[in-house]
Design a protein around this ligand. Structure first.
Ligand code: ATP
Ligand code: MG
Ligand code: MG
Ligand code: MG
Length: 476
């Protein structure tokens, strides 16, 4: 089943059950605790906390998400995208656990002809919070699940809260057993590649007060209005329904992966390390496309820096695969064709997206041209001396003179088996900042540091600023 069809079925299913379809919010979010929306519930937060009255009792959405925390996982696990889409259904003071469980079960297991996803009910496992006997009972009754496939977990995995006073509650996750070829038996606690989590149901049931309690904020009691927040990973469902090994191989990303392999003239599946790089490229190019479409530009901090890193990692992964020509234009166009049917804004904004990416790629290529030899020479020297640590001063020089951000130096050094003296680097950075601050203070106090002008003064003598006097007089 194509990803677009999975998305459509989800929205139809919940719309038919009284949910209002709400469009995805843009990735950059005004939420002060986040750079990007990282879950379907983020745009619903004011309604879930009760801060703003909910305009509808039931809602459903397919939300674009970027999880920076998962970037390092990309390509190495089978299930983490830096960009992904979370399908959700929300009850805002309306239905609760029983319906939430029944909906998720019905849609997951109803036949494909009947409008569902047709998952084999015998291969679904669920987790519940160890205190949540109610959910355990519902899974038994509604889904007929045997006890051994209802796994109890503690607060760390199966209790949701925002980390501040407000709603919180237990969650229950659905996993699919992808079979013994992928890992060991025994359920999700043993192997999360074999047992892939595809849906998380959050039951906002309790209220947390102002802390500090022994394990964070104390639970005050039941909420007057209970909510449901669920998240089904669209790419994960597509992985299951398309019978592919991982989420970079689904219809929305595989064409980018194939194009990258063709450009680099490598065969996907021939070499494990090269495969990781191809998956990173497929993932990162799509993430960059979606971020650029939503108006984020590459930059040196915050959101812009996340995007810059993602673009650079894509370019570098291609170089590691042996392809050193510019690639982003080519790959982004493939990603656009994959995503535009569901996100027309990607096609509309494409010229701007391609321009931004091209100038970023060019700037990065020139950074690499200048810095790579310096880094490689320094690394070779470190190794010659029998050491494994690149001095902080080298990392600082690369940063200061060649525009190498520290994490690029870290990554490139690590690839050659060398660590970086981060502490030394940080000290030099701090000293530089302090110097800059002292200079700024001096300027503010009117005491500009004239040191650099001294030789000019010595050679030419003081200038007679008559022109300036005239100007000032005229201005009066
Ligand atoms: P995992 O344990 O596999 O990292 P999670 O528990 O962090 O997943 P949730 O925060 O519960 O994920 O998000 C809800 C759903 O969104 C998950 O059940 C999964 O289907 C999907 N999801 C979460 N993170 C990703 C990701 N990085 N890429 C693709 N899908 C994801
Ligand atoms: Mg996770
Ligand atoms: Mg999980
Ligand atoms: Mg989860």
């Amino acid at each position: 089943m194509r990803t677009a069809e999975i998305r459509r079925r989800f929205l139809d299913f919940f719309a038919e059950r009284g949910h209002t379809v709400v469009p995805s919010a843009p990735l950059p979010t005004p939420d002060p605790t986040l750079l990007f929306v990282n879950a379907g519930m983020v745009p619903f937060k004011p309604y879930l906390t009760g801060e703003v009255p909910a305009p509808w009792p039931r809602a459903t959405s397919v939300q674009k998400c970027v999880r920076t925390l998962d970037i390092e996982e990309v390509g190495r696990t089978t299930r983490h995208g830096s960009f992904f889409q979370m399908n959700g259904n929300f009850s805002l003071g309306d239905y609760f656990k029983e319906e939430a469980i029944a909906f998720a079960w019905e849609l997951s297991t109803a036949s494909v002809e009947g409008g569902g996803y047709g998952l084999d009910p015998d291969r679904i496992w669920v987790t519940v919070h160890h205190s949540d006997d109610e959910s355990r009972g519902l899974w038994r009754r509604i889904a007929g699940l045997p006890d051994e496939r209802i796994v109890a977990r503690g607060d760390e995995d199966n209790f949701w809260s925002m980390g501040v006073p407000g709603p919180c509650g237990p969650c229950s996750e659905l996993y699919y057993d992808r079979g013994p070829a992928l890992g060991r038996a025994g359920g999700p606690a043993v192997d999360e590649d074999r047992y892939m989590e595809f849906w998380n149901l959050v039951f906002m049931q309790y209220e947390r007060g102002k802390g500090p309690g022994k394990s964070g904020y104390p639970i005050l009691g039941e909420l007057p209005r209970r909510n449901i927040d669920t998240g089904m990973g669209l790419e994960r469902m597509a992985t299951l329904l398309q019978g592919v090994d991982n989420l970079y191989e689904i219809d929305e990303t595989r064409p980018v992966l194939d194009r990258a392999a063709a450009l680099a003239e490598v065969r996907y599946g021939a070499d494990a390390e090269a495969d990781v790089r191809l998956r990173v490229v497929a993932d990162h190019v799509r993430t960059a496309l979606m971020l650029l479409a939503d108006g984020t530009s590459p930059g040196n901090e915050g959101r812009g820096y996340v995007l810059r890193r993602i673009l650079r990692r894509a370019v570098r992964s291609m170089r590691q695969l042996g392809h050193t020509e510019p690639v982003l234009g080519d790959l982004l166009a493939v990603a656009r064709d994959c995503m535009a049917p569901s996100y027309p804004e990607v096609a509309e904004a494409y010229d701007r997206i391609a321009d931004r990416a091209a100038s970023e790629e060019e700037a990065f290529r020139s950074t690499l041209r200048q810095g790579t030899t310096v880094l490689d020479t320094a690394v070779a020297k470190v190794k010659e001396e029998g050491s494994r640590a690149l001095p902080g001063a080298q990392a600082f020089l690369l940063h200061d003179t060649y525009g190498f951000p520290i994490d690029l130096t870290l990554e490139m050094a690590a690839e050659q088996g060398v660590e970086v003296d981060r502490e030394g680097f940080t000290t030099l950075m701090r000293e530089q900042r302090e110097r800059a601050r002292a200079d700024a203070r001096a300027r503010k106090a009117g005491g500009t540091d004239l040191g650099v002008l001294r030789p000019v003064l010595d050679e030419h003598g003081p200038t007679d600023w008559r022109a300036l006097d005239t100007l000032t007089t005229d201005a009066r």
